[in-house]
Design a protein around this ligand. Sequence first.
Ligand code: OGA
Ligand code: NI
Length: 283
Amino acid sequence: MLIRSSMQVVNHGVGEDVVRGFRDAAAEFFAMPAEKKLPYCSSDQSKPFRLATSTTYDRGETQYWLDYLKLQCHPVSDELVQDWPAEPTSFRPRLAEFSEAVHELAQTLLRLIAEGLGLGTGFFAGDLSGGETQMNVNYYPPCPDPSLTLGLLPHCDRHLLTVLSQGDVAGLQARHIGRWLLVRPIPGALVINFGHQMEIITNGALASVEHRAVTNSDRTRMSVATLIMPKMECRIGPAPEMVDEATNPSKFREFVFSEFMEAYYTASASREDVLESFRTHEN
Ligand code: OGA
Ligand code: NI
């Protein structure tokens, strides 16, 4: 069976106050005057905390309408917290709390997914999910003409699993049989997306869903995506339990995660271009 979907989880154990606490702090960050935010602006991907904008994108015709934070959010250590902004004052404590809670939820989901696949509950623990967890805080101001812009380009997430808080403003769309379907916000829910690594490890059983974000003309939209990553040096390939030479041969070759990250960047996130060099020849 092929499952390619976004799912939404409710009663997920990440407290409403914890979600709201960090969302409010992040909104306050974006609302600060430009001169306070300017020191964080950077296109250097190695920075553990940075602010950037889509106006620097060069992707042909489409214009993008997005400011975003990219930060490292887990494991939370005193050293890491120092990399986060000191203002607004709520930012560091609320992010630490949110990050811990989301991480716990992600580990629970990974245990349940592993169990559901017959892989043993600890399958994804360790290096497959033990990389430095990244977070995207996407901030889409109202756009006067949403027909001219996109918030985020169509993509599959490059890592293992994404836990996304999209708040109550719609904008996330998932591709389903050639059409874009709106992932309607459900109050309090978190969206779970399988990343490319989940698709590869499960030999296609849990496929990565292609998604994008659209803009709207009247409300600011903010989404918080927590990206559960393998370790950079982790070897990845279809789990032997998910492969059967006769009926379900391996669809992907083995690789080291850092190699995939490189390919993702080069292929500008396009689903088929990214996967191309990791497929085995029979497919
Ligand atoms: C992402 C993402 C969707 C959204 O950050 O990878 O897909 O709703 N975000 O902003
Ligand atoms: Ni995404």
